[in-house]
Design a protein around this ligand. Structure first.
Ligand code: ZN
Length: 590
């Protein structure tokens, strides 16, 4: 069962290492069990999603030893898809129980799954499962799994079923590896999206590589459907008590009914009098004459915001400006990243904006209230050492420390081989172990991993400012200077966070060693091996595990043998010809 699962799931470990120094979490351990679970649940589910376009939600909830779990998963009404999904969540849950089993009864592990479900073009159904595990040894991980189904026959579609050859070249613009496991594809309405670092991004140009041409079902013809059915995706009011059909013909099976004045969601509509509905039990057809489009209600924000609704916003990426709220409408302009626009109104994910003398529509999710300023970051310690820029180099980075056991061992190894690394320390721990931090700074460089390991995307502006202020204060106190490199917890730094960090470069990674998950030196080394050529790459590890210290004792001499120079992040950027700026997330330096 586990091996079929491996083939089908696409996994990305987005988030790592939660250190529960924060008082909030501390309190949780001293309150009642079920109250504690409730709070955890709220914290976690808040961060998950409520985009559930199809079917109904089913929930599994129980306690198994020290593991408390709650799993939301969809039932779409097609047994083949439903069986597949149920099997997946069962396997995920079982694996989690094996991986997170521990003897520490007094501490809990929390295991949550929530989902998003979208109807996509060419009658596909995209499922995104988000799995959050917070283990009793105080770490949190978020995994994202994506699945695409053919809704007609219920078949699971692999990337090869979905795309023509050549799609990977397009996708490598968005992620850093040509490796199938890294491609997390979602088809939503009439667009293809990728999930990168837990965030869904539209991938321009990828639609040209769509196939979906009957490799699964020989009778399945996309062209016919495309000609006959138009995408609607709106709510309609039912005009009469009528039945729902399995297929778009009166002779087909009746699979349900709707009552007058009920609201239904029409996904597609044909010229020949049929509408495809998304219902609580899946999809069904209704005769179009029995429904009428529901009039848009005036959004509340328009009625109470006074004389003007116009808001000044900034683009966070290059954005296509369209003549209508549809990606197939005329392209009016491409607005460059960081430009100012005036938002006139917002509806269904589209913002009507004024840009220079034009009025048009852009995707609302790429607009932010705070302007992202790109400013050069002045480093504390100028890059030094004897680096040959013509030879390959790789940066080792260590998060979550320092601690008193593993971190000194890692430092011993760096010292022994005379190589450098970057430590992204927690401010709270820097204050506790200042001597170790000073040694880190001497043998490498020290950036910040925030003060108390909060997910920055979830903080208010004030909370974010406070977290950053405390981080800087800790570094100032221990090292005498403020950090210039930030590794955000879980790699999370949305547009608002990027806009608010005005004097540090944000450094993520493009090689995840998964050391925190494996807690085994061989598996960790093997994971790094999977990435092949490491030149210009940033490796993510954690300085708080003895197994990581074990792995480093082998990895460093091995890298040197293979001709790599082992450097700090600042050195890597410098010798690869980059000037570090604010407002950008760096994953590596080619
Ligand atoms: Zn961390």
């Amino acid at each position: 069962m586990s091996s079929t699962l491996k083939k089908k799931k696409i996994v990305l470990y987005v988030a790592l290492g939660l250190l529960t120094i924060g008082l909030g979490v501390f309190i949780l351990f001293f309150t009642g069990e079920s109250h504690k679970e409730k709070i955890k649940e709220e914290l976690i589910f808040e961060n998950l999603s409520n985009k559930k376009e199809v079917g109904r939600m089913s929930t599994l909830e129980d306690r198994n030893g020290n593991i408390y779990y709650k799993i939301n998963y969809p039932v779409v009404g097609k047994s083949k898809i439903d069986d597949f999904i149920k099997n997946e969540v069962d396997v995920l849950k079982d694996n989690a129980f094996v991986e997170n089993r521990c003897d520490c009864d007094e501490l809990n592990t929390y295991y949550f799954i929530d989902y998003e479900l979208y109807m996509g073009m060419n009658r596909t159904l995209s499922l995104v499962l988000k799995e959050v595990v917070e283990t009793s040894w105080l770490r949190e991980s978020v995994n994202v799994y994506t699945y695409i189904f053919n809704i007609d026959n219920g078949e699971y579609l692999s990337n090869e079923d979905i795309f023509e050859d050549g799609y990977k070249e397009i996708l490598t613009k968005y992620i850093f590896s040509n490796d199938d496991e890294k491609f997390k594809v979602v088809i939503k309405e009439d667009k293809v999206y990728l999930i990168v670092n837990g965030m869904m991004q539209e991938v321009e140009g990828i639609n040209d590589y769509l196939r979906l041409d009957g490799t699964i079902d020989k009778d399945y013809k996309v062209e016919d459907l495309e000609e006959e059915y138009n995408l609607i995706n709106k709510e309609y009011i039912v005009l009469n008590d009528v039945v729902l059909y399995k297929e778009a013909k009166l002779a087909s099976d009746v699979i349900g009914s709707v009552k007058k004045d009920e609201i239904v969601k029409v996904y597609r509509q044909s010229d020949k009098g049929w509408s495809l509905l998304l219902t609580q039990d899946g999809v069904a057809y209704i005769e179009s004459k029995n429904i009428e489009e529901k009039k848009e209600e005036i959004p509340e924000e328009n009625t109470n915001s006074g004389d003007s609704n116009e808001v000044k916003l900034y683009t966070v990426t290059d954005l296509n400006m369209r003549s209508e709220a549809s990606s197939s409408s005329e392209l009016l302009d491409v607005i460059k990243s960081g430009e100012e626009v005036i938002m006139i109104s917002k509806s269904g994910g589209w913002a009507q904006v004024q840009y220079k003398d034009k009025i048009g529509y852009v995707s609302a999710s790429y607009l932010t209230e705070v302007k992202i300023v790109k400013r050069e970051v002045k480093l504390n310690v100028p890059p030094q050492g004897h680096i040959d820029p013509s030879k390959p180099m790789v940066a080792l980075t260590f998060d979550d420390g320092p601690n008193t056991k593993a971190t000194p061992r890692i430092l011993d190894t760096l010292e022994k081989y005379n190589v450098r690394a970057t430590f992204f320390d927690l401010g709270s721990l820097m204050l506790r172990y200042p001597d170790i931090v000073k040694r880190e700074a001497k043998l490498g460089e020290v950036g910040t991993h925030t003060y108390s390991h909060k997910n920055l995307n979830l903080l208010s502006a004030e909370e974010l400012a406070e977290e950053i202020r405390l981080s800087k204060e800790a570094s100032m106190q221990v090292l005498g200077y403020e950090p210039k490199l930030l590794r955000p917890p879980y790699g999370n730094a949305n547009a608002n966070v990027r806009a608010s960090i005005t004097d540090m470069a944000i450094i993520n990674w493009n090689v995840d060693s998964l050391d925190w998950k494996y807690r085994n030196k061989d598996l960790t080394l093997n994971e790094i091996d999977k990435f092949g050529n490491l030149d210009g790459k940033i490796i993510l590890m954690h300085s708080i595990h003895n197994e990581t210290a074990d792995a480093i004792e082998i990895l460093v001499p091995d890298l040197l043998d293979r001709g790599y120079q082992v450097v700090s992040v600042s050195e890597l950027a410098y010798y690869k010809g980059y000037t570090l700026e604010t407002g950008t997330i760096y994953y590596g330096f080619k």
